[in-house]
Design a protein. Structure first.
Length: 291
């Protein structure tokens, strides 16, 4: 358990309740990739420090085959987590690799990278998430960095009831720590598979912003037991812990949380800075090949 969590373990503040339910909107990005945009949509513009959450899921090649050809990023981190299929990434710094099912790439774009993200398949299911995590102003121009872990490098916690937790970032209450290290916003990123009728409890720093996204099945969240169905994202109110029950069927969900930055956000497509002038500078730098 991290010291940050430890200090809050005896915290008697309440279990987090659902503050907002969001279903997202169909969108298209890159070269015509069909996706559902959940964070970064009109109903949930951002959940500080999370700027965007896209869910892509299709077994129709025409929905994803165009991929995300060469494009820049500056000022934040992109987190790709695959559930099915393969995605090849390649960037201007010479990094290249393939992310496969249950693998994650946590990329700190920092001052800037130019990369492509292309499906490594012509058919079959492609399913996964891309989350954008903002960087604090003093680190927006950090040197670009990658943390990439295939499925077998994630920490997996198996519980006696048959439930399983894949830990990408953060630490579970039972002490399983994920491989991603991030001291900018100290994120928690868990992929939880709950067996029917089982309960999941996890403490979180009380002031973190947090959400649950249900991949399959249905959850009851919080003491109020708010129902959250597959495809829905629940924004959680502040509180010391999360409680979720899979009361109808086996249920898989993401639990993601991090410290809010509470800084001004200026967005311009693939650049997210603190001011419009900094976004303009990013466009200039990109056009002048200064990335
Ligand atoms: Fe990208």
């Amino acid at each position: 358990m991290t010291s940050r969590n430890q200090g809050r373990a005896e915290d008697a503040r309440p279990v987090r309740e659902v503050q907002q339910l969001v279903s997202g909107l169909p969108a298209s990005d890159g070269d015509g990739v069909k996706l559902i945009r959940i964070i970064g949509s009109p109903s949930l513009n951002m959940l500080d420090p999370f700027l965007l959450l896209d869910v892509f899921e299709s077994d129709r090649a025409q929905d994803y085959i165009g991929g995300f050809p060469s494009h820049p990023h500056r000022g934040f981190e992109t987190v790709t987590y695959m559930l099915a299929g393969k995605m090849r990434h390649k960037d201007s710094a010479g990094n290249e690799g393939v992310i496969e099912a249950n693998g994650v790439q946590w990329m700190t774009a920092g001052r800037g990278i130019v990369h492509s993200e292309m499906p490594e398949q012509n058919s079959g299911l492609l399913k996964g998430f891309q989350l954008w995590v903002n960087l604090p102003s003093e680190h927006k121009m950090a040197t670009p960095a990658y943390q990439e872990f295939p499925a077998d490098k994630l920490a997996v916690e198996s519980r006696p009831d048959g439930s399983e937790i894949r830990v990408i970032a953060g630490t579970t209450d039972q002490g399983t720590t994920g491989p991603v290290v991030n001291h900018y916003v100290e994120p928690t990123y868990l992929d939880v598979s709950l067996v029917k009728h089982s309960t999941f409890k996890q403490s979180l720093p009380s002031e973190d912003n947090a959400f649950v996204y249900v991949i399959d099945g249905q959850l009851s969240l919080g003491k109020q037991g708010t129902k959250v169905k597959a495809g829905q994202l629940a924004v959680l109110a502040k509180g010391a812990s999360v409680e979720a029950v899979a009361n109808k069927e086996n249920t898989r969900f993401l639990l993601v949380a991090a410290e809010p930055l509470n800084e001004p956000v200026a967005r311009g497509g693939p650049f997210v800075m603190n001011t419009k002038a900094e976004v303009m500078q990013a466009f200039n730098d990109f056009q002048q090949n200064r990335f």
